[in-house]
Write a protein of this length. Structure first.
Length: 331
């Protein structure tokens, strides 16, 4: 009898406790984060110019610093001088020739070469078609007139190729006549030399671009680990930019996931603050994971959860690393 009375009392206590317990299942603890972008140089050298300091706002592409590029600039000037010298030699060789006429003739040759290439390709296809037509004729599938038309098409295409080649040869004769008295091999060598020098300059220009360190993203310079005359090395970060987009990370179970969607608003606050802030969900994990050890919920259970990320307003004042409470619904 006493045992039965005791069990009844315990049951009443459990029921009473269950009825008075505050439902906190919709309140989660999250962690404030901010994206940080490293400032990484793409070349090694001595910093000669530093345009920012810690705390400065920057836009993506802003020049943050410059690396000593004097050696490259000297090499570039030397190459430019060589190109000018080669171009002068080339002009002297053509001094007695009407350069404009020569260019016109060269353009005509190039145009005819392109037309010949297309005509040869077309003739090859027509010839392949004729072979198929002959097989069909032998099988009795087409008439002799159809076969004759295919043969005529091949003859016409071959005639066109021959005509274009004759035109090209005539223009080439005029071109070489215009170059009479000029060493064509020397002209070709100069052209090759100038082309190579231009390629070298393009390579130097690419290296010069690497000597300029620009902001990889917009934000605020959070740290800067170099000063003028310091040595920086390629691939090693010299500072960091705070992207200034604070967001909160928290985890919900499957029962709450169905009520949330990208664009939904959740409320965020700290224990010592009365004011709450609205955060907009911008990412929901599409796969569940086991509850991480650093995740805390008001009603903690070991279960599969989904990672949620929500963008915080900048005026919230939450700093990276802060733990905050998140309300999913009315609380």
């Amino acid at each position: 009898m006493k045992r039965a009375i005791m069990i009844g009392v315990l049951s009443l206590i459990v029921l009473f406790s269950s009825g008075c317990e505050k439902d906190t299942s919709l309140v989660y603890t999250g962690f404030v984060e901010e994206d940080i972008e490293a400032i990484v140089p793409h070349a090694s050298g001595i910093i000669t110019t530093l345009n920012v300091q810690e705390g400065d706002p920057v836009e993506k592409g802003d020049v943050l610093a410059e690396i000593d590029s004097r050696d490259l600039q000297i090499k570039r000037r030397k190459l430019m001088s060589q190109i000018e010298s080669q171009s002068l030699s080339y002009d002297l060789l053509l001094d007695e020739i009407d350069d404009s006429d020569l260019k016109k003739l060269k353009k005509q040759v190039d145009t005819l070469e392109a037309q010949i290439s297309l005509a040869v390709s077309s003739s090859t296809l027509i010839n392949q078609n004729l072979v198929k037509m002959e097989a069909l004729y032998d099988a009795g599938a087409i008439s002799s007139s159809e076969l004759d038309q295919a043969k005529l098409a091949l003859e016409e295409s071959q005639t066109k190729v021959g005509t274009l080649k004759n035109q090209r040869d005539q223009v080439m004769i005029s071109y070489h006549t215009a170059l009479e008295g000029v060493d064509e091999r020397q002209l070709a060598q100069i052209e090759i030399s100038i082309d190579q020098l231009n390629q070298d300059i393009e390579h130097i220009d690419i290296e010069l671009e690497k000597m300029v360190i620009t902001a990889p993203t917009s934000g605020t310079v959070q740290s800067l680990d170099v000063k003028v005359d310091d040595l920086c090395t390629v691939g090693n970060a010299i500072g960091e930019i705070d992207v200034e987009n604070p967001y909160v990370i928290f985890y919900v179970d499957n029962t709450q996931l169905s009520t949330l969607g990208v664009g939904d608003i959740v409320k965020v606050w700290q224990d010592d603050q009365d004011e709450s802030f609205e955060a907009r969900i911008y990412e929901i994990a599409n796969r569940a994971q086991f509850t991480p050890k650093n995740v805390t919920v008001k009603k903690d259970r070991q279960q599969l959860v989904y990672r949620i990320e929500a963008l915080l307003p900048t005026e919230s004042g939450f700093l990276p690393g802060m733990m905050v409470d998140i309300t999913l619904g009315e609380y």
